[in-house]
Design a protein around this ligand. Structure first.
Ligand SMILES: [Zn+2]
Length: 204
């Protein structure tokens, strides 16, 4: 995990429109096509990818054009259980399809104590905005090839366990991503062409 000190800034008009939706209806409005919903989702994705430098908040793998995984908007507190934060930018993070997917995070309850004010909630999960992940988790080895994750606290352990951050697959993918970043500038034109054609085919 990586710490993010910023989240998507949404304009006041959009927020005012979304705040008028009845709380219990918000999760179903998420997939709607209204201007405010589209604007909110577009900004969360666009700003989130820039803030997170195209990395999944949980497993740190590249998403988007550089990665083999696609970028998803992930509700940190799941919207089905916490509809009040469906359109709350601080509750959204960019995650890869694997971490965000049903088999891993899905609708898992990440909140241990709910409060009216989001920031006052107690979370089971290491929160990418409210916590400093390095207090709870560490990557072993020298940067940039520190890809093996270990917990430092019970919260870190919960996060690694539930989000399956320490599987051989996730660790191997992190190693591949880091190696690619290290050697990107040394690749021949033919090798760069191969990567470009591979990334161009993403999402097709
Ligand atoms: Zn991920």
């Amino acid at each position: 995990m990586i710490r993010f000190k910023k989240w998507a800034l949404i304009d006041a008009n959009t927020i005012a429109t979304l705040d008028k939706y009845p709380v219990e209806k918000r999760p179903s409005r998420w997939d709607g096509q209204t201007k405010a919903v589209k604007k909110f989702k577009d900004e969360v994705l666009k700003q989130g990818l820039a803030i997170q430098e195209q990395k999944c908040a949980w497993c740190t793998l590249n998403v988007g054009t550089l990665g083999r995984r696609t970028a998803h908007r992930d509700h940190i507190a799941p919207k089905a259980k916490y509809p009040q934060w469906t359109f709350f930018a601080k509750n959204l993070i960019i995650a890869c399809e694997y971490c965000n997917g049903f088999a891993v995070k899905g609708e898992i309850n990440t909140v241990s104590k709910v409060e009216d004010v989001y920031e006052n909630c107690i979370f089971h999960v290491v929160h990418p905005y409210l916590d400093d992940p390095s207090d709870h988790l560490e990557f072993l080895g020298d940067s940039p090839l520190s890809v093996t994750i270990r917990s430092r606290t019970p919260k870190g352990l919960w996060t690694i366990d539930k989000l399956q951050l320490d599987t051989a697959g996730a660790t191997m993918e992190r190693a591949k991503d880091r190696l690619l970043e290290m050697y990107m500038n040394d690749l021949s034109p033919a090798q760069k062409g191969l990567l470009k054609s591979a990334s161009d085919s993403l999402g097709k």
